[in-house]
Structure formats: structure tokens, C-alpha cells
Design a protein around this ligand. Structure first.
Ligand code: CNA
Ligand code: ZN
Length: 264
């Protein structure tokens, strides 16, 4: 099928949906210069994934802290791309209810998305593994720069970035919110995720199982390609603005906000 008609079909499905959600992974941020994990330029080609395994961290936290700081700085300097803007525009115009993201880069919020559920936490906070208190990241970085393992100022417990490590369960509250949203949704648009990480990838499955529409925009295979109603194998920063433009044009809106921040 022609790509043009795939964008049209995706737009049509969004216009027909009563409750649509977007589910995103690292692929929506690669055009912003943040590498994904498993793609051809993925982080795992350079960094050992074991660093972000909770047991490895508990045994030797400093190497993970150092790589984490480097990654955090890279994402703090990054800017949203057209994929983030398209998703924000679809929400602003009432075609999407929420974005559920596996990303920890904050770029959806910076592009204007309001209802964002962060399944893997937020890297601008740290959490004490002993007492559960949370602090701004700066508290940990200050100690790290003094050459120390970051520790809780109150109880002395180990501080960890407040993002989900391998071997850890997902934070309960956002996961429950995401599952509840999925169980109310009749469409899920997956963007830039290989859908290999559980239980996050259950979200598209829940929507599909209740008869909803599954749209997947991803370069490279995903675990649910066979179940997709519409499958677009294109860069998200190209395909999502086109889907957004097709949908907004049908509603009579200006389509510029599908690619950039709206002019206030
Ligand atoms: P993943 O498994 O690395 O999958 C990303 C997918 O996106 C791959 O199939 C890529 O081929 C595809 N892809 C890459 N660039 C593009 C593009 N421009 N257009 C379309 N598709 C593209 O990542 P997932 O998010 O599925 O895996 C979940 C992990 C990765 C979560 O734990 C995330 O927290 C984690 N992660 C997040 C970030 C971030 O916050 N930006 C960066 C790296 C990893
Ligand atoms: Zn503590």
C-alpha cells in the first residue's frame, strides 16, 4: 500500500476513535540525538546493560552513576523533534487522551504534551533505597563530584536515580494508571518501541484484546507486528507529523503545530 494512504488510514482511525492513547519508546527520541537501546546506533553497542541491573548497582554503584550522569546531561540538552510535536498536537486537538512513555527524557512534556505517564520514572529525581525519600538529582551529583557514592542525607541509605533499573518492578502508580487507561481505550498508536520490554508492552496488547485498533510506527521489527491493523515502517519524525496533518486538516485546523511548537 502507498505510504500516503497509510497516513490517511491512521488519521481516519484516530478521528473515529472514542478514546485513543499513544505509547512511546526510545525511537521517538533518536531524532533528538538520544540513542535508543537496541537500534543500530543503540546504547547497548557502547555501554554494558549490566550497569543498569539493580543487583550490579547494589554491588558497585559508582560506574552506573557516572554513565547515568553522562546520559542525563545528553538528554537535558536535547530538544523535542517533530514526532513529539505531532503527539502533543493530537492531544491538544482532542484526538489523543494520553501519552504513556517508556522514555525518561522529558521530551513529551517539553513539546507540550500534558497527560504524560512515565512508566520508567523520572531521572531528575533520586530515591533512597533504604527509606524511600526522594531528592532532586543535584543532591546526588554533588556527592558524586566529591568522589563519593551518593547517600541519603537522612538515613545514609544508597541513593539511586529514580528510574527503573533492570530487575526492578515498574513504579506501581504510573503502571496502574497506564493499565486503566489502556482498558478504556479503543485505539493505541505505538511509536518508536520494539515492544520487547515487559510489562510495558502489555498496554498495546490490552487495547488490541478488547477489539481496539493497533497502529505501529517503528523502524525495524516489533513483537506485535502481526497484530497491527496499520503498520508503518518509517522514521517516526516523518510519519507522525504526516498522520497529524492528515487528521488536523480534516478537522479544519492549521497543521503547522504537527511539526513544531504552536505559536502562542
Ligand atoms: P528499544 O527497544 O531500543 O526500541 C526502539 C525502537 O525504535 C527500535 O525498534 C528502533 O529500531 C526504533 N527506532 C529508532 N529510531 C527510530 C526512528 N527515528 N523512527 C522510528 N523508529 C525508530 O526501546 P524501547 O523504548 O522499546 O525499550 C524500552 C527501554 C528503552 C525503556 O526502558 C526505555 O526507558 C529505554 N530508553 C529510553 C530512552 C529515552 O528516554 N529517550 C533512550 C534509550 C532507552
Ligand atoms: Zn534514606
Amino acid at each position: 500500500m502507498r505510504l500516503g494512504s497509510l497516513y490517511e488510514r491512521a488519521a481516519e482511525a484516530l478521528l473515529n476513535a472514542r478514546h485513543a492513547i499513544v505509547f512511546t519508546g526510545a525511537g521517538v527520541s533518536t531524532a533528538s540525538g538520544i540513542p535508543d537501546f537496541r537500534g543500530p546506533q543503540g546504547l547497548w553497542k557502547r555501554v554494558d546493560p549490566e550497569l543498569f541491573d539493580i543487583n550490579y548497582f547494589l554491588a558497585d554503584p559508582l560506574p552506573a552513576w557516572r554513565v547515568f550522569e553522562e546520559l542525563y546531561k545528553a538528554s537535558a540538552n536535547a530538544r523535542p523533534n517533530a514526532a513529539h510535536y505531532a503527539i502533543a498536537a493530537l492531544e491538544r486537538r482532542g484526538l489523543v487522551r494520553a501519552v504513556i512513555t517508556q522514555n525518561v527524557d522529558g521530551l513529551h512534556q517539553r513539546a507540550g504534551s500534558k497527560n504524560v505517564i512515565e512508566l520508567h520514572g523520572n531521572p531528575s529525581r533520586v530515591v533512597c533505597l533504604s527509606c524511600g525519600r526522594r531528592y532532586p538529582l543535584e543532591e546526588a551529583l554533588r556527592q558524586l563530584h566529591e568522589g563519593k557514592v551518593p547517600r541519603c542525607p537522612v538515613c545514609g541509605g544508597l541513593l539511586k536515580p529514580d528510574v527503573t533499573f533492570f530487575g526492578e518492578p515498574l513504579p506501581e502508580k504510573p503502571l496502574m494508571e497506564a493499565l486503566t487507561l489502556a482498558s478504556k481505550s479503543d485505539l493505541v498508536l505505538v511509536a518508536g518501541s520494539s515492544l520487547v520490554v515487559r510489562p510495558a508492552n502489555e498496554i498495546p496488547w490490552i487495547v488490541k484484546r478488547r477489539g481496539g485498533v493497533l497502529i505501529i510506527v517503528n523502524l525495524g521489527d516489533t513483537m506485535m507486528d502481526d497484530l497491527a491493523d496499520i503498520r508503518i515502517s518509517e522514521p517516526v519524525e516523518e510519519a507522525l507529523p504526516k498522520i497529524c496533518e492528515a487528521a488536523l486538516a480534516r478537522l479544519g485546523y492549521d497543521t503547522e503545530e504537527c511539526r513544531q511548537a504552536p505559536i502562542e
